[in-house]
Design a protein around this ligand. Structure first.
Ligand code: PA5
Length: 374
């Protein structure tokens, strides 16, 4: 059903609006941004040949929703609303607005343009879907939001974006075999042990996930949510941050190198990148860069990785390296499984439950009380 529904979206929609927050959108966004063109945002449908996935419902910004509905006026779009509980405030408000907008534009046809991903049995979205006849996919009962990217929550939008979900699942399945081994060769276990040792023995309070590709910035967001919401409990947990190098070396790189020594870095290194640029030779050598002529920009980036790692290690900022052979669907699937497994082990080592998030409820309670008084 996921395959059929995604084919239909690819045929009848220029845009798929994914409405969800936290674990209900970050995984899909991480994979889609990692595996699509940096400029797909500004490409036309003809250039992309596939629908563009737009995310909504992850804030309460009226500006965002106003500009989104204004933009969609003359475009063909469908909606995938994702909420395990079926009642998350931000998602519900955005869905209410976009559902009405879709119905105004498409009339009765709106029903076939709304796809709901929610609990199989209960919740407000489930009740509405049964009544309205929307296509629904389920969030498995025993899988929490931030661990759900390899279910319909992530797979459906990822498939609509034209990404090979079979390869993602194959990578994840190989990850399952490799990262559940009870052996110290298991790098997922090693990573969990290193994080805990940094925290407990080396007084490192902040872990930076570093990447050298802008495409990985939403993978970093997904990773931050995964670890922060799973480990940040009972006054415990490494504070998780992210950086894109070399961009951020020119901002808080100074702090990492020379400031308070409470950080360590985990670097994602992609060994073989698909596209490369060769530095041109220029006769007048106005910038004195001819010594790099005919060299590969990818190789130069790798030198930057080594140089930075050496400088930071010398400055008492330890680095962990995670190498992935290629930035493709298979390796992203395997990396997701790697982090999910490490996160669960790491949280249990801290003696906290990785799979709940009691702290998130506090702001919600305050908000409901205040909203009722409005
Ligand atoms: O990881 C989690 O469990 C959370 O981040 C949820 O995904 C988030 O709160 C959204 O919840 P729901 O899918 O119920 O709308």
């Amino acid at each position: 059903r996921i395959i059929d529904a995604s084919k239909k979206i690819q045929e009848n929609s220029d845009y798929l609006i994914v409405i969800g927050i936290g674990g209900s959108y970050l995984g899909a966004r991480a994979v889609i941004e990692a595996l699509t063109n940096n400029f797909s945002n500004i490409m036309t449908k003809q250039e992309r040949n596939l629908p563009k996935i737009i995310f909504a419902g992850n804030s309460i910004s009226s500006t965002y929703l106003f500009e989104l509905t204004d933009f969609l006026k003359d475009k063909d779009f469908s909606i995938n609303v994702i909420s395990k509980s079926g009642s998350t405030f931000e998602t519900a408000v955005a869905f209410r607005v976009l559902k009405s907008f879709c119905e105004e534009k498409y009339g009765e046809d709106a029903t076939s343009r709304i796809i709901v991903t929610t609990d199989a049995e209960s919740g407000l979205l489930k009740i509405l879907s049964d009544k309205a006849g929307y296509e629904t996919f389920c969030v498995p009962d025993d899988i929490g939001g931030r661990f759900s990217v390899l279910t319909a929550v992530g797979l459906f939008p990822i498939m609509c974006a034209g990404i090979d979900t079979d390869a993602i699942l194959l990578g994840a399945n190989d990850g399952l075999e490799e990262y559940t081994k009870k052996s110290l060769d298991n790098i997922s276990l090693k990573y969990a042990i290193i994080r805990n040792a940094m925290f407990k023995d080396e007084n490192k309070e902040i872990e930076y996930l570093v990447a050298h590709e802008f495409k990985l910035s939403y993978l970093q967001e997904w990773w931050k949510q995964l670890f922060a919401e799973s480990e940040g409990k009972n006054g415990k947990g490494l504070y998780v941050e992210s950086a894109i190098f070399t961009r951020d070396l020119h901002s808080f790189g100074q702090m990492i190198q020379d400031g308070n020594k409470i950080t360590f870095e985990t670097i994602i290194e992609v060994e073989n990148l698909k596209n490369d640029i060769i530095i041109p030779y220029i006769d007048e050598d106005f910038d004195n860069l001819n010594y790099l002529a005919k060299k590969s920009l990818n190789d130069i980036n790798k030198v930057a990785v080594t140089a930075t790692r050496k400088a930071h290690t010398d400055g008492n900022v330890p680095t962990v390296r995670i190498k992935i052979p290629k930035l493709d669907a298979y390796n992203i699937g395997k990396l997701i499984y790697f982090f999910e497994m490490s996160c669960a082990i790491s949280a249990y080592m801290l003696e906290v439950n990785p799979f709940d998030q009691p702290g998130v409820d506090n702001y919600k309670k305050n908000m409901y009380q205040l909203l009722k008084k409005m």
